[in-house]
Structure formats: C-alpha cells, structure tokens
Design a protein. Sequence first.
Length: 104
Amino acid sequence: MGAKLIRDRMGDIPWEVEAAKGLLRRPNNAHEHGRLLIQKLLEEVGELVAAESTKDMTNEIADVMEVLEGLATWHDIGDQEVQAAKRARYVARGGFQDGLVWDV
C-alpha cells in the first residue's frame, strides 16, 4: 500500500489492532511530507465526490479544508494570506455560487 498520511492524533486513540501503531512514523523529509499532503488532498477530494449524504459531504469538506490548511502551513502561507488572495480573486472574478457554466 505504501505510505499514507493520517491525522496527527490517530496514534493517541485506541486501534482495533494496536500492533499496527508500530507502523506509524513521521515523514522522512520535507519532500515526502509535501507529496503525502498532495496525495491526501486527492484522496479526500475523491471521498467528497463520492459523498451521498449532506452529513458525509460536510465531513469530507471538513477533511479537504484540513488538508488544505496543512498544505498552507507546510508552505508557510498564513490564513490571512489565503483569505486575502481568496477575497481578491472573488472581487476580480467572482465565486462559484451562481453555477455559471462554460461549454467548451
């Protein structure tokens, strides 16, 4: 299966097979950490796409946001910078609430 990034506190909670905790480790280097964050983002977006209920969608959106915050932290980008960029892009181009479609 390979390496998979999991939430930081997963090692603190009881596992069905406690011996599996022996496989936990930190990323070998910054490059691996960044790569694992991108892989986790793709995984969580896939789960969001597959969500069938509002509750599942809410949880998956929360997971995607958590990974995005992790990526921002990893790249040393603060929340204020992200929010400022978000606002600027919204002012310049709008958001996605109206559902405007371009058939290309």
